[in-house]
Design a protein around this ligand. Structure first.
Ligand SMILES: C=C(O[C@@H]1C=C(C(=O)O)C=C[C@H]1O)C(=O)O
Length: 352
């Protein structure tokens, strides 16, 4: 080794010692904060402010996404010292939902796989999990209806959101596509990869699975089968990757919501999710939405779903910019309450 290399490595060792001391000092402070908290340990608004501040201060060479990654794990470990969190998600292990849990909470949580979206809500409602992570919309396939219907019924609040890029892979015991006669996947993933499948695997039959991970599990025991799933599922089930990024839209992404028991305080960059309904009359929807224009509240999403109570009546699911404690949002919501036949605010949370 050259003298220079030794010198540089010595400098890195000294920095690591310093980082170690500082990370433990940070963990001690988080523990002290934990002892002084009377309610929820997880504070999404504070975490969001920390990320925003660090990204602002970051001078590189590490990119902002790397800094966020690194600090997600540091915060995850600090939080776990205050109190270990259990987070329910749509399992089994190896699904995109599990990736969503790790992206939002880091690795230092107990992730609880559930077999349905209903089961996730139940786990959190009963207190068996502190939070749930549920898919709410996909950029190619649109809304996840079951999540929206359950939001109408649940006493839980929306505490956060995150977006996950969804890159689908074809995986099998081997990479010989000619030997693949069956493909297992979740219906959403089949829908996202139609063009690729029509060009590359025309004759293989497509079999619906309960989840992508379940598809990978089935492909792992059948040498004539492949699965469409995320890279993580191939790792878990020991499969070879035959093709990557086979989704029709390279910007394919899924948005997830975090649901829990708590009202989240304003972070300064928030969103609010709600559902509303009105009479089925000419101009009624226009009138319903008017308060948003009047109080300068931006809508980022508007989606209608059948009300399930009356035929051809609809509930409008809306995401708006701002926190329900912000003055303009509070005024718009009050005006809405006066007009709507139904209004439910699911929660305010830091914008992803
Ligand atoms: C330390 C706290 O508790 C948790 C851990 C945080 C951290 O490690 O920075 C931030 C917010 C909370 O989710 C806090 O509330 O400040």
């Amino acid at each position: 080794m050259t003298e220079q290399l030794i010198q540089l490595r010595n400098e890195i060792d000294a920095i690591d010692d310093e980082l170690l001391r500082l990370i433990n000092k940070r963990a001690q402070l988080a523990q002290q904060i934990g002892h002084r908290k009377s309610s929820a340990v997880y504070r999404p608004e504070r975490e969001s402010q920390i990320f925003a501040r660090l990204q602002q201060a970051n001078t590189g060479p590490l990119k902002n996404e790397h800094i966020t990654h690194l600090f997600t794990e540091i915060i995850s470990l600090c939080r776990a010292l205050e109190e270990p969190l259990a987070v329910a998600y749509l399992g089994p292990q190896g699904t995109f939902s599990q990736e969503a849990v790790i992206k939002q909470f880091g690795h230092a949580v107990t992730a609880i796989p559930c077999s349905t979206i209903d089961a996730i809500f139940r786990k959190v409602e009963s207190g068996a999990a502190s939070y749930g992570v549920v898919p709410v919309e996909n950029s190619t396939e649109g809304a996840v209806g079951r999540t929206m219907d359950l939001l109408l019924q649940t006493p839980l609040k929306v505490c956060g959101e995150l977006q996950l890029p969804i890159h689908q892979c074809l995986m099998a015991q081997h990479t010989n596509l000619a030997a693949i006669h069956k493909i297992y996947s979740h219906s959403q993933s089949f829908a996202q990869c139609q063009m690729w499948l029509n060009e590359n695997l025309t004759t293989a039959i497509r079999i619906n699975a309960a989840s992508n991970a379940d598809a990978a599990r089935q492909a792992a025991s059948d040498s004539n089968a492949a699965a469409i799933a995320g890279r993580k599922a191939a790792e878990i089930f020991g499969l070879e990757i035959c093709a990557t990024n086979i989704e029709d839209n390279p910007n394919n992404a899924t948005r997830f919501l975090v649901v829990g028991q708590q009202d989240v305080a304003p972070s300064g960059r928030d969103k609010t999710s709600l559902a509303m309904a009105t009479h089925n009359q000419p101009g009624a929807v226009h009138k319903l939405l008017a308060p948003f224009a009047q109080y300068q509240v931006s809508m980022t999403r508007l989606e209608s779903r059948p009300s399930r109570a009356t035929l051809w009546e609809y509930v409008f699911f809306t995401d708006i910019e701002g926190h329900q404690e912000d003055k303009n949002v509070a005024k718009a919501l009050q005006a809405l309450r006066d007009n709507a036949t139904f209004l439910k605010v699911f929660g305010s949370y830091p914008a992803a």
